[in-house]
Design a protein around this ligand. Structure first.
Ligand code: HEC
Ligand code: HEC
Length: 412
């Protein structure tokens, strides 16, 4: 990933300058790993060239309101916050998310996703603003249509909207429900609309996504006890013994050493932002999920990607999309590597909530079963029950809650 590769290179360079190369298993190696995982490395959110309003304060205020507004749904009951509940680390605690219907995947955390080049478990969106438009038109999530949402904006947010984006288009004659959605009546109404009117409605819809993204950029994971451990170590040059327990420290050594977790969960957000097949079992009753494999073409063809007419990016600014390699067989059932920050607070785990406890997740990694489709990238670890307990203790030290301005931590 372009911008993360730069960050990793910078961290490596600074680590190398600090103390020379470090062999795995040594105290030096562990020290470098602790620094590389420390939240200090997160830095400011990267620019989003596709969203001119990404860092606009009034856009973020509007996005905050929209994020919590259930009028943006088919039944008036579903908002983003229905599934992304701020009281639950912006998740919902259930294996499969429930909106107007039930989805085939688990709700993902929102904090820190401004750093993600690709969004969703399969990465089929390349920005937060494009991502936000997905659930709004999904039949099982918000279940409404872009014409409906444009009318909601005109009726309830005209002033807020026009302050940021300029005059709303004239929506007279736009049907109450119309969009390229599953509902046949709304789809037929959309097809009957003149192109100019469709573009006007889509323009408002896109700006809803851009405002929500401006809000989401303010949600970041906060420092955990692990980060205090890393900061203390950096400050004193010796591993502190009074921040993490002996088990948590042993778990850290396993995480960066024998258990090989940092192969994928690396960098200050504990993710390489890539997609991997880790042999997670299917969940009964769901259609086959191929993960990243079909989504590579999906993001290239997406109506709202960084190179689309709805994006504010200039030519050459969509590096992630431009350098995206074609799909390969290794991406069968590969899923996004989730951040492990606050992981203990948001059971269940994996893309369809296949595991309820962290202990179950760790048993999976220890056994490394063959994948239901494609090929797992894991190898059995041979860790003892005591070592698995230490790894779990370490994962629990990654909780620090959410870092966001007070007004953005709950409903407006
Ligand atoms: C019905 C529950 C539900 C609603 C409503 C919902 N989401 Fe989600 N969210 C999910 C699920 C499930 C996923 C993962 C879906 C997938 O991978 O296909 C997800 C994924 C995401 C992600 C991707 C995170 C990542 O790391 O890639 C973001 C960001 C997000 N949602 C924000 C939003 C916003 C903004 C809204 C409102 C416009 C919203 N969600 C509405 C359930 C929901
Ligand atoms: C080859 C890459 C890879 C390695 C190595 C790896 N992980 Fe993961 N991890 C993933 C992916 C991908 C997922 C999501 C898989 C899915 O949902 O199907 C995941 C999910 C998780 C989750 C669940 C988080 C959530 O929000 O659902 C935890 C906890 C976790 N990993 C911990 C670990 C630990 C501890 C190790 C070391 C023993 C480890 N991982 C090694 C790629 C990896």
């Amino acid at each position: 990933m372009i911008r993360h590769a730069c960050l990793a290179a910078a961290l490596l360079a600074s680590a190398a300058a600090h103390a020379g190369p470090a062999a795995p298993g040594t105290e030096h190696h562990a020290f470098h790993e602790a620094l590389a995982l420390s939240i200090e490395g997160v830095g400011p959110v990267p620019p989003d060239p596709g969203n001119r309003w990404a860092d606009d304060a009034a856009a973020a205020d509007l996005g905050h309101k929209l994020f919590f507004d259930a009028r943006l749904s088919a039944n008036g009951k579903v908002s983003c916050a229905t599934c992304h509940d701020p009281a639950k680390e912006f998740q919902d605690g259930v294996p499969l998310a429930k909106g107007v219907g039930t989805t085939d995947r688990r709700t993902m955390p929102v904090a820190g996703t401004a750093h993600s080049p690709f969004l969703f478990w399969d990465g089929r969106k390349d920005s937060q603003w494009a991502q936000a438009l997905g659930p709004l038109e999904s039949a099982v999530e918000h279940g409404g249509s872009r014409a409906q949402y444009a009318h909601v904006v005109a009726a309830h947010y005209r002033r807020d909207y026009e302050r940021v984006f300029g005059a709303l288009p004239d929506l007279r004659g736009v049907p109450a429900a119309a969009g390229p959605v599953a509902d046949p009546a709304a789809r037929a109404a959309w097809e009957r609309m003149p192109q100019g009117q469709r573009d006007a409605v889509t323009g408002v819809f896109v700006n809803v996504g851009k405002a929500i993204a401006a809000y989401e950029r303010h949600l970041q994971p906060a420092a955990s006890r692990f980060d205090r451990f890393a900061a203390e170590w950096k400050r004193t040059g010796t591993q502190p013994k009074d921040v993490l327990s002996a088990d948590e420290r042993a778990g850290f050594a396993l995480f960066v050493g024998k258990a090989n977790c940092t192969e994928c969960h690396n960098g200050p957000l504990f993710t390489n932002n890539e997609f991997h097949n880790t042999g997670v079992p299917r969940r009964a009753g769901l259609p086959e999920d191929h993960g990243r494999l079909p989504a590579v073409a999906g993001v290239r063809a997406d109506e709202f990607n960084c190179r689309s007419r709805w994006s504010d990016a200039k030519p050459g600014e969509c590096k992630e999309l431009e350098f995206l390699a074609p799909a390969s067989a290794a991406q069968e059932r590969a899923f996004k590597v989730p951040s492990l920050r606050n992981v203990a607070e948001r059971s269940p785990y994996m893309h369809a909530g296949q595991f309820v406890t962290l202990a179950q997740v760790l048993v999976h990694y220890n056994r490394a079963p063959s994948a239901p489709a494609g090929r797992t990238e894991l190898r059995p670890l041979g860790l003892s029950a005591a070592e698995l307990g230490q790894l779990e203790a370490f994962l629990r030290s990654l909780s620090g809650g959410i870092d966001a301005p007070a007004k953005y931590r709950s409903a407006p």
